[in-house]
Design a protein around this ligand. Structure first.
Ligand code: GDP
Ligand code: ZN
Length: 318
């Protein structure tokens, strides 16, 4: 029997690379699928007025890496994508530029791995909190990786323990001294993992460390098309010898949350959960109100200042 279900691992200039039973198929997408590019969605403007007006949105691409698809097989390892199977989850962000559309980055992800370096570049903890918020929103498991442990001068665990205390797993690595190698390999053993982290944190080095010769190839290309700048993200999932697929999200500096209202943001900080509902005002924003359970918890040290500062920033500008 022919297997026709596979996973999209690469998208480039209208071509999709689909893996079926370990073999790569060069696929196009059917015109029928292209016609389904329009789907109804509440317009962002209407949300503010609390009217769910529906407009038709044109998404530029119906297929994304990580998608499970069915294909019709052709000759010479070519095929036609007929359908996209329902997504378990998706990772998307607000596209940069004025259009502010949803930019779908990947689907069916098993684990998000934020990667930061101890130094060079120094960690931007607010950026990490933003990544964690995106993962919470989609209910994606997270493991934080702190790389370049050989450069540690002051105890990094003073800060990473804040994350461990609220339930995030943190692993520590160095591609220079081989710290954490087994743990890192174990992490990527199965399923689809997505690296997110600033450039220079060591994402490519970590992959080459596990499997010499592997390198992440990601780039963001901006080009001008009628009406404004568009950013095309070239994303690829790489198959590891030990099983598992890995991708890298480029351009993380522009990580803006997609479709998240300020009122949704307290839920994205998991240590807030036990305090929500304990404020004097039921619609407390936890920013300026008196008798706020979250602010009290920050005062008493039950919620970290660092995370609360991040909350304020994410709330102001999701
Ligand atoms: P990427 O942009 O996240 O893919 O980062 P790269 O893998 O290109 O690494 C950026 C720089 O950090 C390179 O010069 C690497 O050699 C260096 N690097 C990567 N991992 C480590 C590490 O564990 N320790 C040290 N000291 N340098 C590292
Ligand atoms: Zn409050």
């Amino acid at each position: 029997m022919q297997t026709t279900e596979g996973i999209v691992v690469r998208r480039h200039l209208g071509h999709y690379l689909v893996i079926i039973d370990g073999k790569q198929w060069d696929c196009a997408i059917s015109s029928l699928l292209r016609k389904q590019l329009e789907y109804p969605e509440a317009s962002p403007g209407s949300r503010r007025r609390r009217v769910q007006r529906v407009r038709r949105v044109r998404i530029t691409d119906p297929v994304v890496i990580g998608d499970r698809v069915t294909i019709d097989r052709g000759d010479d390892w070519t095929g036609m994508i007929r359908a996209v199977l329902p997504r378990r989850n998706k990772v998307s962000r607000k596209a940069s530029g004025s259009s502010r559309k949803e930019q779908l980055l990947a689907a069916n992800i098993d684990r998000v791995i934020p990667i930061f370096a101890v130094a060079d570049p120094i960690p931007d903890w607010n950026l990490l909190d933003r990544m964690l918020a995106i993962a919470e929103w989609q209910d994606l498991p997270v493991t934080i990786c702190i790389n370049k442990m050989d450069l540690e001068r002051e105890p990094i665990r003073d800060i990473t323990s804040i994350y461990e205390r609220v339930g995030y797993r943190v692993i520590f690595t160095s591609t220079e001294t081989d710290v954490g190698k087994d743990e890192f390999r174990q992490l990527l053993r199965e399923g689809t993992a997505l690296f997110v982290g600033p450039s220079g944190a060591g994402k490519s080095s970590l992959l080459n460390w596990l499997q010499p010769g592997l390198a992440l190839r990601t780039a963001e290309v901006s080009h001008v098309r009628g009406g404004g700048r568009h950013t095309t993200t070239h994303l690829e999932l790489i198959s590891l010898d030990g099983g598992g697929l890995v991708g890298d999200i480029p351009g993380v500096k522009e990580f803006r949350l997609w479709n998240i209202k300020p009122e949704d943001t307290p839920k994205l900080f998991r240590e807030f959960a036990g305090y929500l509902g304990g404020c004097q005002f039921s619609d407390c924003s936890h920013v300026h109100e008196p008798d706020c359970a979250i602010k009290n918890a920050v005062q008493t040290g039950h919620i970290s200042h660092l995370r609360y500062e991040s909350y304020l920033r994410v709330r102001k500008d999701p």
